[in-house]
Design a protein. Structure first.
Length: 311
């Protein structure tokens, strides 16, 4: 199947067929079941059309496409219901859940009756506390006028089948810290409120999912999709910044330097600069740059500033 083109109708049909067969094996071997009303064939048809009609997504590695589609089906998600969307990193296709998708997935867990998230805006009355050692939201009052105010926090309310509730609360600083690890900031910048809600329910889901009695295939798929959004071991995707930095540093090697700076000092910085550039060029074939190496670039920038050259 490696020569299949998912941009063609024939290729889409074959990929969907392979994923369907793999899912049937999961159902037969482990007794796995999909949510009521979820149509696997329709979900796959909508997904392969979405991928095939996008020139960028369609060029992703075929195995990553199949895995992504399989995860989508296991979690019972639908692209047409805006529960999931696809992003390509390098040549790898990955799925990310929307706020609605994460809600739908968590409701599949046997212990969960409902889960909702709410944004706290500047000017809201918001009170939290502890009851029996557990953090709870005691009060949240807002107004129509506050809805356009800046976001200062977000919280999730998890209602369990036995009627008990659990809360997860995040400050804006905690939200920003979480987003700082994300591979892309475009969605967060465009839809901060919905993304803040999704962030807090993803965080709330961690303990619930990993202690759930749900099928292992579902738990692994949920966790895997959540991890897709963040860099493992806090290694950031800084390839664009790195390329820009290389160009700036290369130009700087030939740029005029202030005359009152001694040449030996300049040449020392240039030598270190060339070394870092060589390292960077060696890693350009990868999709991520190790943070320590990027920190070297930052230090190199500081080094130039120390000898009178600014970016």
């Amino acid at each position: 199947m490696s020569d299949l083109n998912i941009a063609t109708t024939n290729g889409q049909q074959k990929v969907a067929s392979v994923v369907t067969d793999e899912f049937k094996q999961l159902v037969e071997n482990q007794g796995y079941s999909v949510p009521d009303g979820y149509n696997v064939a329709n979900a796959l048809q909508g997904a392969v059309l979405t991928i095939g009609n996008d020139r960028n997504l369609a060029t992703a590695d075929l195995d990553s496409i199949k895995k992504t589609l399989f995860d989508m089906v296991v979690q019972g998600l639908s692209v047409s219901k805006t529960q999931a969307y696809f992003i390509k990193y390098g040549n790898q296709l990955q799925m990310q859940r929307s706020y609605f998708g994460t809600q739908a997935v968590l409701k599949r867990l046997p212990e969960i009756k409902d889960i909702k998230a709410h944004v706290v805006h500047s000017g809201d009355k918001f009170e939290i506390g502890y009851e029996d050692g557990e953090l709870v939201v005691k009060d949240h009052e807002t107004s129509f006028e506050n809805l356009d105010n800046e976001i200062i926090g977000v919280y999730a309310v998890i209602t369990k089948d036995d009627g008990t509730k659990e809360y997860e609360v995040m400050t804006k600083k905690q939200i920003d810290a979480s987003w700082s690890q994300a591979k892309t900031k475009n969605v967060q910048n465009k839809f901060p409120e919905e993304m803040a809600k999704r962030t807090v329910i993803n965080r709330a889901a961690k303990n619930i999912v990993n202690t759930s009695t749900a099928d292992d295939a579902l738990v692994n798929s949920i966790n895997g999709t959540t991890k897709n959004e963040f860099d493992e071991a806090e290694v950031k995707d800084v390839t664009p910044q790195a390329k820009s930095m290389i160009e700036k540093l290369e130009k700087m090697n030939d740029a005029p330097i202030k005359k009152d700076i001694e040449d030996p000092e300049i040449e020392d910085v240039k030598a270190e600069n060339r070394s870092v550039i060589e390292k960077m060029e060696q890693t350009q074939s990868q999709n991520v740059i190790d943070e320590p190496l990027f920190h070297d670039m930052t230090e190199m920038s500081d080094g130039y500033k120390s000898v009178g050259v600014d970016f």
